[in-house]
Design a binder for this molecule. Structure first.
Ligand code: ZN
Length: 458
């Protein structure tokens, strides 16, 4: 089954829509071939128009490891020692022993479906599970990458495929451990994988391919220097400075902090997305602003893992760009991530409305920044404008949380006050694939997910 959009020609009409230059009323959106071809405000609804109350542009999820969706809620106990990662790692190994291509596709499809239901219309999948459970390459090096593409097809989400290069267990090119056997590649094998990903996504509407050197722990400086050429025009994503131990290890290895090292030694520019960047000095984050790179924030996962708090308020005030990612997919939703981002800043700074700016409320500033940063980091266009893919999220404005609201207060009420499930419809490339809050293939995807979990956890 495939839900990837066929060419669709139709018109949609919304009472209110967030356009690139602000809020508009009575908006008709013409769609041809899955793209927006016309936009009119102040026009009456016609009988044939689809549509809804409130239209927002779909947001890109800049960071996901989809298979981790299945581990949510299973890693909340402490081990026998002080090691608070013990249950997480033990469960991860179980997945690595038992998760085959079919299980990974099923779990990924569930995560991608929930992303669409939560307001994400594109995902950048940071895909590092390449080898079979023994650690050998599959006959087709892109076997699992093909399952990610299949899950994108089954759900209709736009995909930015980020095959991950992973070669070492720690700074200084340490040999990989047994637990990492399914991730490991050499540069020739990786070049093959990237080129296979381009072939696999060639017919996937709106797909992009970039590369993801996993982290400075897993990639040597020489290997990192090979990445920009492999990325072509696509984005380059890397995990960096997520936890303090990583910063300490990096200092021992190089006498520089991870972001400091990266800025000094890699051609970081607007193509780059620095995932997490949690532990940065002011000099480091100002360096990121200057280079025009995006910081990939994953607020719910970072809270769940106890990583720390990125100085997002100061960074954005200085012109820094960020996108939001669901990372471990412990919970999935645009509003939920933005709420966590704002609340983490409030707790750290002991202030209110810290991500608002003089022109925009907190919710609108958060949303529009994540929209723009998400598009930049995933190699896609953003916003409801002519020429962009018709990726539209509609809120049910008849909900109590929206009573009496208009303009920015609609976004604030969605992010801070509305119950989960306030999204009524999602159109991807002009096709309505979420209706009344439910993805149209939900039943089938749920059933496959349950079977996969019986295999992996049974
Ligand atoms: Zn990650």
């Amino acid at each position: 089954m495939t839900l990837q959009p066929q060419p669709v020609d139709r018109t949609l009409w919304f009472e209110t829509a967030l356009l690139p230059d602000g809020w508009a009323r009575d908006v008709r959106i013409g769609v041809a071939d899955g793209r927006i071809v016309s936009l009119e405000a102040g026009v009456a609804r016609k009988a044939a128009d689809q549509g809804g109350d409130l239209a927002l542009p779909g947001v890109a999820n800049i960071h996901s490891h989809a298979f981790q969706r299945a581990m949510a809620g299973l890693t909340e106990a402490r081990g026998p020692s002080d090691d608070d990662f013990w249950t997480w790692r033990a469960l991860m190994y179980r997945f690595l022993d038992r998760g085959g291509p079919e299980e990974i596709e099923a779990i990924t499809a569930l995560a991608f479906m929930e992303m669409l239901e939560g307001g994400f219309t594109r995902v950048a999948e940071f895909h590092y599970l390449h080898n079979d459970p023994t650690g050998s390459a599959y006959a087709d090096r892109a076997e699992i990458a093909g399952q990610i593409v299949a899950a994108a097809q089954a759900t209709g989400i736009a995909l930015t495929m980020l095959p991950v290069f992973y070669a070492h267990a720690g700074f200084g090119g340490q040999p990989p451990s047994h637990g990492q056997r399914r991730f490991i590649n050499d540069l020739d094998g990786f070049a093959d994988l990237v080129s296979r990903c381009r072939t696999l996504t060639a017919d996937l509407p709106d797909a992009a391919v970039g590369v993801a050197p996993h982290s400075l722990r897993a990639v040597s400086p020489e290997e990192l220097s090979a990445m920009p050429a492999l990325a072509g025009d696509g984005p380059i994503h890397i995990h960096v400075a997520e936890q303090t131990k990583e910063v300490e290890d990096c200092l021992v290895w190089s006498r520089a902090r991870p972001v400091e090292w990266l800025l000094a030694n890699a051609p970081v520019d607007p193509r780059w997305c620095l995932i997490h960047s949690t532990h940065v000095t002011e000099t480091e984050w100002r360096g990121v602003v200057e280079r025009g790179a995006v910081v990939g924030l994953c607020p719910i996962t970072e809270a769940n893992l106890g990583d720390g708090v990125f100085p997002a308020a100061e960074f954005t005030r200085a012109g820094g760009r960020f996108g939001i990612g669901t990372d471990s997919n412990v919970q999935i939703g645009v509003a939920e991530e933005l709420r966590m981002l704002e609340y983490s800043q409030r707790l750290a700074l002991r202030g209110r409305a810290v991500m608002a700016d003089p022109q925009r409320s907190t919710g609108r500033a958060l949303f529009e920044r994540a929209l723009a940063g998400g598009a930049q980091a995933t190699g896609s266009a953003s916003g409801l404008s002519v020429g962009a893919s018709a990726d539209i999220v509609s809120l049910d404005a008849s909900g109590l949380a929206f009573a009496g609201r208009s303009g920015d207060a609609l976004l604030d009420s969605w992010i801070f006050g509305a119950p989960t499930g306030s999204i009524s419809s999602v159109w991807r490339a002009g096709r309505e694939i979420v209706k009344n809050g439910r993805h149209m293939a939900r039943e089938d995807i749920e059933a496959r997910y349950r079977r996969a979990l019986a295999t992996v956890l049974g």
